[in-house]
Ligand binder design. Sequence first.
Ligand code: HDD
Length: 715
Amino acid sequence: MKNLQDDKQRDLLKNKSDGINKFLTTNQGLKINDDNNSLKAGERGPTLLEDFILREKITHFDHERIPERIVHARGSGAHGFFEVTNPIPELTKAGFLQTMGLKTPVFTRFSVVTGSRGSTDLARDVRGFAVKFYTQEGIHDFVGNNMPVFFIQDANKFPDLVHAVKPEPHNEIPQAASAHDTFWDFVSLMPESMHNVLWLMSDRAIPRSYRMMEGFGIHTFRLINEANESVFVKFHWKPKLGTHAVVWDEAQKISGKNSDFHRQDLWDAIEMGNFPEWELGIQIIPAADEHKYEFDLLDPTKLVPEELVPVTIIGRMVLNKNPDNFFAETEQIAFHPGHMVPGIDFSNDPLLQGRLFSYTDTQLSRLGSPNFHEIPINRSIAPVHNNQREGHMRQEINKGRVSYHPNSLGSGCPFQTKISEGGFSSFNERIDAHKIRGRSKSFNDHFGQSKLFFNSQTPAEKSHIVKALRFELGKVETTTIRVRMLGLLSQVDMQLAEQVAKGLGATVPPILEKPINHGVSPENEMGDQESQTVKQLVSSSDALTMIKNPINSSTIATRRVGIICAEGVSETSVLNMKEALIKHDAKGFIIAPHLGNLQTKENGAIAIDFSFLTTSSVLFDAIYIPHTTNVTSLIENEDVQEFLNDAYKHCKVIAADGEAKKVIQAVSLSSKIKEDDKGIIISDNAASSEFIEQFIEAMGKHRFWDREENLYNKK
Ligand code: HDD
């Protein structure tokens, strides 16, 4: 049977302004006349093997999936640019960092580490922060995370770490979660992971948005200038919108209500023209200071406190274009810490050194060929000439008979490039050492910076860490693992350990005289690899908190306000609020018991964005209930009660004006509201400008943590 719809679409396409007639074809370019029916022996007969069109279509479909990434399988990305705001030619010869205002195209992919490709965005997890720079000198990749330290010191332990945190192998449970026995078994035996474990238990692991996360290169890298002088650097991405998180109960609910929450947030922000932006900063450590600190610069479980070495901003990154096709771009992009340009180099960090092998290797099974660099999203904009040839899916048609170096038949081409003309060379660091399978003593302090991180947190953040540990260890079934963890926590902070123990109904074991350190081979154990706590030069750092982080501002840009309405709502209230939000680059959404329109008090109509069925309190940053003549319908609505109770529990701003204040007074949370709670804003006058200003100012505080019980200081 002929499909009439197809005729219409074909005519439409023929008239498209781009003038291209997009006929449906096979992959060989054959125009297809019927895409709805397979070739059969008679109308009711069997399908014929001859149907090459059907077979081509099904065969392609059967092979549509590629293996997901071993880690960081779930992610979202976008195109943008990096612009130099503070050139640093005195530190590096890297071309893309030389000139004020120079823009380099980038593609950035954010990810969740543990879950599979289809898992939730809001898992408690480290987030990947990978940026591909398409520079004139070739591809440069920054492959970092949203936390400045890592769980392990040596790449050799990476497969163990990943096996431990991924779903358990016998039943593949749980998905995208560290709250299970194998993860805690492993980390409780690896004290070096303590620092990163605390970051993982903090709110950094449940960001409000990819756009509100810091990014860190973690390892110490080198910069090299024209004179071949080198400094050590740490890379930082600082988000313009500040760093913000959701609360754990909220994260779990978001996972059910919209598991694409972060993906959608990034996509929508870019579609709406609210381009996410980060500043790129570096901490510069002169070569002479390599051994100055109480920690080793090569140890990836340590950070350099910003109080010791401040961050110098050198550029900014703006993401301004969503991908055209998720698979072709976000899925097929291949990052590698070893994609480097002249002027930047590695340090001897043993984790980084191991990574340099892993990333190309993994692309061979994920993308299936050593030619993955020819996939459009991975292509260098700098010309590529070499003698590598052939292999699966080769795109380049190399001409001529010469594919070796040196040659005379090809006039010597392609030539090697002198260092002075942009040829890459490694920093000629002097190495004079014995071959050894072991670690430097300078890597042995596992608790000093764990304490620094914990001590730096605000009371609310400490309380969240206690709750997170109670949750995670509470899911651990093996009691000895819980107790072992309490022992490690007590070496960070006794009160922290005691509060966690209380939640678990356990007691903190006595501190071992010699802290356990299973991160070393048996011969070295308790020998010169012994774990020890070293006195820290800095005891607290605001840059390590989210709440007191100096980069935070009171902007409410891109925040979402749920406006709860019923028939008889005041149009003036709604419009005034929406207008004020737009002025601050935020957005209000009308939520009502049904979709369609609402009749307003003024006899107009307001279009509804969501019904209570299609959205949820956890998908908004703040709630506003505008004055309405029909307040009883809201008071009696259980969905409204759930909306408000959740918003209150998650410490969000809740506002109501005119008659709508009765809604807040009626719901169960009202008995909990303290008089001095500045996050509850009630006004008798509908939509006064003072009320709206107060609401926006309160939203700028993000959350009102005072509502929560402070678990840390509680006896
Ligand atoms: Fe890794 C992916 C970040 C240690 C092996 N890693 C991957 C991605 C990020 C990181 C952001 C996703 C990139 C993307 O979006 O495609 N990895 C890190 C950081 C580390 C780290 C910040 C420590 C500081 N990784 C690490 C080690 C190894 C790997 C020690 C192996 C020895 N990582 C991989 C991998 C992945 C990967 C298996 C999976 C997919 C891919 O590489 O392309 O090779």
